[in-house]
Structures are given as structure tokens and as C-alpha cells.
Design a protein around this ligand. Structure first.
Ligand SMILES: [Zn+2]
Length: 324
């Protein structure tokens, strides 16, 4: 057991709120998930959920055992979140995850933390009165935490990559699984990504932290790499191909230097896009013209409603990003 015990992420708010206020976010396809195998163990507050058709398992413990109705809801929350992540990665990203659930946490929204370990651990908190809407429709935190499981633990200096990846992949995975719309994701990106741009005096990604650069700056890095990978491969391969390749070689149960997963992703796509982007942006503040990028992608926003222009020069790339 390599218990580093370091907090990777702590999400407790709406994605937009968390990233707006920087609150302490220092943050099967249906076929396998549709027929969960529930193994009740001798200890009443323990159970195991099978997450994909490969037999990946979540070992669940409750600090205080909830009633059966709530327990069933938590089970569906975990399985639905796992379905999104499994759709994206082609399988659940680790063969085993330990999940501890705290009920009636003193928060308004569900929260989560991911800990690198072997097996990795997730700590979830469920607020009082949590219902289907809160956990099955509105929640983004658990998918975000599960995305962390698919990438190695990087350490503080590259937290921007770990968090940016989770911010970027979470909505893409949910769209691919049919759990949210592409319009909503692009509206969030147009709204929130400007906060990830460097401020006066900021350095590159490896040099300047802070919540906005870490979460939304990291997400900008992922979006730009996704676009560059697709431009370099005639829209055949993207960030998802790179991340799947990384996940087949390593995951959150081990630590890696950032160059390792980036090299794996580059090899999988036959490019040097990821490594080149890191070299370009790690020590220099990357400050793209996002308004121009949205126009090129064919995304415009009116009252937080995204509209698409399919004749825009990068429209095919925009469509491919969220295509399952
Ligand atoms: Zn996170």
C-alpha cells in the first residue's frame, strides 16, 4: 500500500461556483452498469459494486449506515458516474477503488476527494436530503473524482494538469454517456475559461498556481491540446486517444513525472503535441485569444445558452471532441 495520503482534489460546489470562488478546491457503456452486482458483506455498512464488464469493483464503506432508500440512491450515483467515465475510457480506469461515504455531511452539495493509493481511494460526502436531482442530474463532482483515477499522481507542481484534465474530461465523458448536453459544456467553457488565462506578471503553468490557473488554465491546456491533436491527425485522434493510452499503462495508484504520461499520449497519437505544448507553456504564460477560438469552433453564447455554427472552420473538430 503506497499511502501517500495527499489530497488531490476537493469538490463541494457547483462546477461553475467552485471555479468562480476558488473555494477550497485545492477539487460501459450502460450495459455493464445497468446490471450491478451487489455483494453484501458481513459488515452491514460495506458493499461492493461492479463498475464495468471487466469486473472493476468499488468497495464501499459508510461511516454511518444510511436507510435502504438512500443507500440505493448512492449506489445509482456511483454507477451512473462510473458509466460516464467508462464510456470515455473504454473501461473503468482502475480495477479497484475504495470509496468511503459520509452521509448528512454539513454541506449543501455533494463533495468528493481523491487520494492516490493502491487501490486509490475516494471520499464522498452526501448532504442532508440529497435526492435524485442532486446526485443523478446535477452532480459533476463524482465524475470529476473518477477522472483523477485514470491518470498518475503528479504532485503539487503539476496539479494544473491533474485538475485541468478532470475539469475538461468530466463534461465530455458525461456528454458521451448521454448524461448532459454539449451546449451546456460549451456554455460553461465560454463562461469560465477566461478565468484560467494568465494575469499580469503570471508565469507559465509550472510556475503560477492559484485556483483559476490550476482548474480553468489546466482545462485550456487540455482543450488546446485536443484541437492540436485533431489538426495534426486529420481529426482522426484527439486527447481521448492519448488519455486512454496513458490509462492502459498507469493510473492513480502510482506517481509519475508529467513527461511520462505526455510521452505515452504522444506515442499513441503519432505526434509530439502534448510534450511540445508543455514545453511551450510550462515556463511562459500561455495567453490565447479565446474569443477568436470560440468563433473558429463555431460556438456563441446568449444568456448562457450556447449556439453552434456548423460552417465554422473548426466545427468538425468541435463535434468530434464530444462524439462517443
Ligand atoms: Zn480534482
Amino acid at each position: 500500500m503506497a499511502a501517500w495520503g495527499k489530497l488531490q482534489c476537493h469538490g463541494t460546489m457547483r462546477r461553475r461556483d467552485a471555479l468562480k470562488w476558488g473555494a477550497r478546491t485545492t477539487t460501459l457503456c450502460g450495459l455493464a452498469a445497468a446490471s450491478p452486482i451487489v455483494l453484501t458483506r458481513p459488515a452491514a455498512a460495506r458493499e461492493a459494486l461492479v463498475l464495468d464488464d471487466r469486473g472493476a469493483v468499488a468497495n464501499l464503506t459508510y461511516a454511518v449506515e444510511p436507510d435502504e432508500t438512500t443507500r440505493a440512491l448512492v449506489r445509482r450515483w456511483i454507477l451512473k458516474s462510473a458509466e460516464a467515465v467508462t464510456t470515455y475510457y473504454g473501461r473503468f480506469p482502475v480495477s479497484e477503488v475504495a470509496i468511503s461515504v459520509e452521509m448528512n455531511a454539513g454541506r449543501r452539495r455533494a463533495g468528493g476527494k481523491a487520494f492516490p493509493d493502491d487501490p486509490p481511494q475516494l471520499q464522498l460526502s452526501v448532504p442532508p436530503g440529497a435526492d435524485e436531482k442532486a446526485l443523478l442530474i446535477d452532480d459533476w463532482v463524482l465524475v470529476h473524482e473518477m477522472v483523477h483515477l485514470a491518470f498518475p499522481y503528479l504532485g503539487r507542481r503539476h496539479l494544473w494538469m491533474a485538475e485541468g484534465l478532470a475539469v475538461y474530461v468530466e463534461p465530455v465523458a458525461r456528454i458521451m454517456a448521454g448524461h448532459m448536453t454539449a451546449e451546456r459544456m460549451w456554455a460553461d467553457f465560454v463562461d469560465m475559461m477566461p478565468r484560467g488565462l494568465p494575469a499580469e506578471g503570471d508565469g507559465g503553468y509550472d510556475e503560477t498556481g492559484g485556483w483559476a490557473r490550476t482548474y480553468w488554465g489546466g482545462a485550456i491546456f487540455c482543450l488546446v491540446c485536443d484541437i492540436r491533436l485533431r489538426q495534426a491527425t486529420d481529426n482522426e485522434k484527439g486527447l481521448r486517444d492519448a488519455l486512454i493510452a496513458v490509462n492502459r499503462e498507469m493510473n492513480f495508484s502510482r506517481r509519475a513525472a508529467l513527461g511520462e504520461p505526455l510521452a505515452i499520449g504522444d506515442a499513441a497519437t503519432g505526434t509530439t503535441v502534448l510534450t511540445d505544448a508543455w514545453k511551450e507553456m510550462r515556463a511562459n504564460p500561455y495567453d490565447p485569444d479565446l474569443d477568436r477560438l470560440w468563433t473558429e469552433l463555431g460556438v456563441s453564447l446568449t444568456a448562457h445558452e450556447a449556439r453552434f455554427d456548423d460552417t465554422a472552420p473548426l466545427a468538425a473538430i468541435r463535434q468530434a471532441i464530444t462524439r462517443a
